[in-house]
Design a protein around this ligand. Structure first.
Ligand code: NIG
Ligand code: FE
Length: 409
């Protein structure tokens, strides 16, 4: 059954815009008094509401009252929301002046969450994840990438990935799973960095493939985690096995983005420490540069050079990095609004980074713009001018969120 929703004061379909580089707000195509015609969760047309009504007399009407601006649902292409416990203790230490690495070395950090996640049952992880996903969904985020990486053993990584799969059946948000078993060498692993990666490649990844638990593999390249050389070998092998790859790159020290580009990763995420060389490398590649303002806010450190990346010609996506350690807030819109003021991003760049450019980071082609054939994942804000959305710095939330009934598994 066809359904026509509208009239919206403005529709921003985000179509016809380039995949890479800087954008001006004038490039946003704005449809005034617009309507969205949907059938079976797919968009049939967006355009003038009255015209669509005349052309489709058989369509059911979902009437919108008051001013509303319609956008594609946001795509959060980097989260770690499958975890147990919290790290408020770390946070208190951090704001009092301890560094991320000092906290990790004194027993906090990622390993603390691994311990708390291992103590949780699969059902408990599933239910927390559904809660986070639904919170995100209510805030307009309709597709959410979710990483493992707090299990760090065969059984515990599988528990996390199975929880993600189970959660995807219990929320209307679409979940895209990623294996981040290479988050750090687990403290209880009797072997070297290289041996741990061998273990993941030989023992874990084949099971993930077999059970269809994830199609993506991630690694944290950093002094406290994995070095560039071993990461290169690991990612190359994972790719050989048929996984898409992505990298936690240049968070504290530069180096990871080079590995990401050289291995043909879909994305290089973080980039707070990227310099001119890394910016150039990313801009000349097909690897999406993902900035994670929530981690900069959580750690009290500089943002990734988003403006420079865009000016150099990179494809820039923006994600929340929602995790219990470095990015506990989980409010994607608030994070981008705050970052865009500091980094001087246009509204068009922000909206592209939250939608179709984020879709590219996940190799997803069926959402992120409002065009015929796309999933009808949409959200509407209670305002008459799209510029109010960033103006209120994330405080204004969507009043309507629609999702196509589909999941990515
Ligand atoms: O993306 N940088 C590594 N991993 C996460 C943080 C995970 C944690 O602290 O629990 C991140 O920021
Ligand atoms: Fe992360």
């Amino acid at each position: 059954m066809k359904k026509l929703t509208g009239p919206f004061t403005q529709i921003l379909p985000l179509t016809g815009m380039p995949q890479k580089g800087a954008l001006q707000d004038e490039q946003l195509h704005i449809i005034p008094n617009g309507g969205a015609l949907v059938e079976d969760g797919r968009i049939l047309a967006v355009g003038d509401f009255e015209k669509l009504r005349r052309q489709n007399p058989d369509a059911g009407i979902e009437e919108i009252t008051g001013p509303q601006v319609l956008l594609p649902g946001f795509i959060d292409c980097h989260t770690h929301i499958c975890f147990g416990g919290n790290r408020a203790k770390d946070y208190a230490m951090r704001i009092a002046g301890k560094t991320y690495l000092e906290i990790a070395q004194s027993g906090g950090g990622i390993w603390d969450t691994v311990t708390q996640t291992r103590a949780a049952t699969e059902a408990e992880l599933t239910s927390w994840l559904v809660e986070c996903a639904n919170r995100h969904l209510a805030e307009g985020v309709t597709t959410i990438e979710v990483k493992s990486g707090y299990g760090l053993s065969l059984a515990e990584e599988l528990k996390q990935l199975r929880a993600i799969k189970a959660a995807s059946l219990k929320t209307k948000a679409k979940l895209v799973p990623t294996c981040l078993a290479a988050h750090m060498v687990p403290r209880d692993f009797a072997g070297s960095q290289g041996e741990y990666l061998e273990y993941v490649l030989n023992e874990l990844l084949p099971v993930i493939k077999q059970e269809n638990l994830a199609g993506r593999v991630d690694i944290f390249i950093e002094k406290s985690a994995f070095d560039a050389e071993r990461a290169f070998a690991y990612l190359s092998d994972a790719k050989q096995m048929g996984f898409d790859i992505t990298v936690h790159a240049d968070q504290f020290t530069a180096g990871g983005s080079k590995v990401a580009v050289e291995t043909g990763a879909l994305s290089a995420d973080h980039l707070e420490a990227s310099g001119e060389a890394e910016i150039k490398l990313l801009a000349n590649s097909n690897t999406v540069a993902v900035t994670l303002p929530g981690a900069s806010l959580g750690l009290g450190m500089q943002y990734a050079p988003a403006r420079k990346l865009l000016d150099a010609g990179a494809c820039l996506a923006i994600a929340s990095d929602w995790n219990p350690g470095s990015a506990p807030m989980g409010d994607l819109l608030m994070q981008v609004a705050v970052m865009s003021a500091a980094e001087k991003l246009t509204t068009a760049e922000v909206l592209a980074g939250l939608t179709y450019r984020a879709a590219a980071a996940l190799k997803i082609t069926n959402r992120g713009i409002l065009a015929p054939g796309m999933f009808a994942d949409m959200q509407a804000y209670p305002c008459a001018d799209y510029r109010e959305i960033l103006y209120y710095q994330g405080k204004m939330k969507p009043v309507n969120v629609w999702t196509a009934d589909f999941n990515d598994f």
